[in-house]
Design a protein around this ligand. Structure first.
Ligand code: TMP
Ligand code: ASP
Length: 252
């Protein structure tokens, strides 16, 4: 039986529906891939199913080490139940190795290790192409307070440390990643928790031995084998056995 559900929000790769109880939402992972602010588009069959599982795996591990996040439980191949949050309109990027827009902006060769992990903030606004902003903009426009920024930075570094170890253990280098945070209200008090997703769509993941890209850069840069690479990440994390047979058998 299918029921008509209220759509709350539709983004480029996910849809949010009203959840079964107040304070919850259903996060649906689409197969759609976009890059360069949706100028480039494709449907990558199976991507949503794989990202749903990878994000579930990562969020569950993070919760276990005390990083509060929106994940409640997976519902089916493409959907997970999440806590409803007020999304902070920032894309928080954490980088360990120069790549992508940082390499371009500062004239660094891709693959150059950074002197330390660097956190950047972008204002989440598609029309503007998610421009880089500083703490000054964030606090002046009230997107977040100084305390929020401190909390976000501390959580981001903890997530980076954990994910670097988790991926490192399976031969994957975590080059950089993007995360988002959401506010949860408890009476007059609010706290920030990790939201959105963590998947090969939102991270740069390189094979530690060959530096082969195993993430969305394969799509952005027309390198081919996008789904095969996402599948390889899932395989190394040990979660391929949980995938539907159609994905385990290979989609091509
Ligand atoms: P960048 O080098 O293009 O700024 O990307 C930094 C990281 O953020 C990289 O892991 C990819 C991820 N990312 C997103 O998740 N969404 C985006 O819209 C962009 C531009 C990057
Ligand atoms: N998700 C972004 C877009 O569609 C960009 C990216 O991930 O490269 O445009």
């Amino acid at each position: 039986m299918t029921t008509r559900r209220k759509k709350i929000y539709e983004g480029k790769a996910k849809i949010l529906y009203e959840g079964p109880e107040p304070g919850t939402l259903i996060q649906y992972f689409k197969d759609d891939a976009t890059a360069f602010n949706a100028q480039k588009k494709a449907v990558l069959e199976g991507k949503g199913v794989i990202n749903n599982r990878i994000s579930e795996f990562v969020m569950t591990k993070l919760a276990a080490i005390g990083v509060a996040n929106h994940f409640i439980r997976r519902l089916n191949h493409r959907e997970q139940l999440i806590k409803e949050v007020e999304i902070v309109p920032l894309e928080v990027i954490c980088r360990n190795i120069a790549a992508g827009s940082l390499a371009k902006r500062l004239g660094l060769e891709e693959g150059t290790p950074l002197p330390r992990s660097i956190i950047e903030f972008c204002y989440k606004n598609d029309e503007l192409g998610d421009p880089l902003v500083t703490e000054e903009h964030i606090t002046a426009f009230n997107w977040a307070t100084t305390q929020d920024i401190d909390d976000i930075m501390a959580m981001t570094l903890r997530i980076n440390d954990f994910l670097t170890g988790m991926f490192g253990a399976v031969g994957i280098t975590l080059v950089d990643f993007k995360i988002e945070f959401g506010r949860i209200w408890d009476g007059d008090f609010s706290r920030l928790i990790l939201a959105d997703e963590i998947s090969p769509d939102s991270c740069r993941l390189w094979d530690s031995t060959t530096n082969e890209k195993l993430d969305k850069d394969r799509f952005r840069r027309d390198l081919g084998d996008v789904i095969e690479s996402y599948t390889e990440v899932a395989r190394r994390l040990g979660i391929m056995k949980d995938m539907p047979t159609v994905i385990q058998g290979g989609l091509h």
